[in-house]
Design a binder for this molecule. Structure first.
Ligand code: PSU
Ligand code: MN
Length: 277
């Protein structure tokens, strides 16, 4: 566990017991809405997560600690302090931690801390993207790089049309981030369902969303295992057993479950085919 990370007792117990946990960001509290609606909304979002069977983990940097799971008093503190809290993106974390300061986490840093904690799903309002005029300003949110890099699913209402939504989608395509519309073919533009841009895939059930994300995690596990294999100089007949064992560890045993099921499936098909011959 990262030495700068603090899980709340509730989040820690939930993760240890394999219960569902949903990460929530704090920039939406400090910078996204005025006080007191920001605090009221943050608490309502936590309640909504609970009412739907998961444990909320609101994420922030407080006193230089990376926190997953805030108390209502900590949420109130961030909400009252508002824009006086540092809006913390990836570049800000080292200095905030070293100085023991506070930071409100954006999508980027919420993903980073969620991933350190072992939280896979994150809900927010909207993500950052490519700003209009970025071809001269180069103002592109670090959120897009993080989405490419860190295996956390971000559930959002698209991005606000203050951004260049077309360029944002192009950037995500280049970086290999699948943009999925839940119950829609169109990219939502935060305040409105319509943007005029198509998503990559439409998905209509949480089950299908979970299956797609599981496949993504397994692919990420394969990439990591292959990298470790070449670092360690493992070759020839040792390669496959090493990769299978590492993938099993990285996926927390999920790959072994898939492996067993696919062998059983193949056995069923083989037996039926043999019977017909
Ligand atoms: N979009 C919104 N409201 C917000 C944000 C985005 O509609 O509050 C916040 C999120 O925290 C997001 C961040 O991660 O702004 C992006 O900021 P930047 O473009 O500076 O990376
Ligand atoms: Mn920017």
């Amino acid at each position: 566990m990262n030495k700068y990370l603090d899980l709340s007792p509730e989040v820690s117990e939930a993760l240890a017991a394999g219960k569902p946990v949903v990460a929530l960001e704090s920039t939406i509290i400090s910078h996204g809405m005025p006080y007191p609606q920001n605090v009221e909304t943050a608490l309502m979002v936590e309640k909504t997560i609970r009412d739907n069977g998961a444990v909320p983990a609101t994420i922030a940097v407080i006193g230089g600690r990376l926190k997953a799971g805030l108390t209502p008093a900590e949420i109130e503190y961030l909400g009252k302090k508002g824009r006086a809290v540092t809006k913390a993106s990836r570049r800000d974390l080292p200095v905030l931690v070293a100085r023991g300061e506070d930071g409100a986490t954006t999508v980027t840093t919420t993903m980073i801390i969620a991933n350190l904690a072992g939280i896979k799903v994150f809900a927010t309002g909207g993500i950052g993207g490519v700003h209009r005029g970025a071809e001269t300003t180069m103002d592109i949110s670090a959120d897009l790089e993080e989405l490419a890099m860190t295996p956390v699913m971000v559930i959002c209402a698209g991005a606000k049309s203050i951004l260049d939504l077309g360029l944002t989608l192009e950037y995500l395509e280049t970086k290999g981030v699948p943009v999925i519309g839940y119950g829609t073919d169109e990219l939502p533009a935060f305040y409105t369902r319509k943007s005029g841009f198509k998503v990559d895939y439409r998905i209509d059930t949480p089950e299908e969303l979970a299956a797609a994300f599981r496949a993504k995690l397994e692919n990420a596990a394969i990439d990591q295992a292959i990298a470790e294999c070449s670092e360690k100089g493992i070759k020839g007949k040792d390669t496959t057993p090493f990769l299978l064992a590492r993938i099993k560890d990285i996926t927390g045993g999920d790959s072994l479950d898939s492996n067993i099921q696919l062998v059983l499936n193949n056995a069923r098909l083989a037996a039926r085919t043999a019977a017909l011959l």
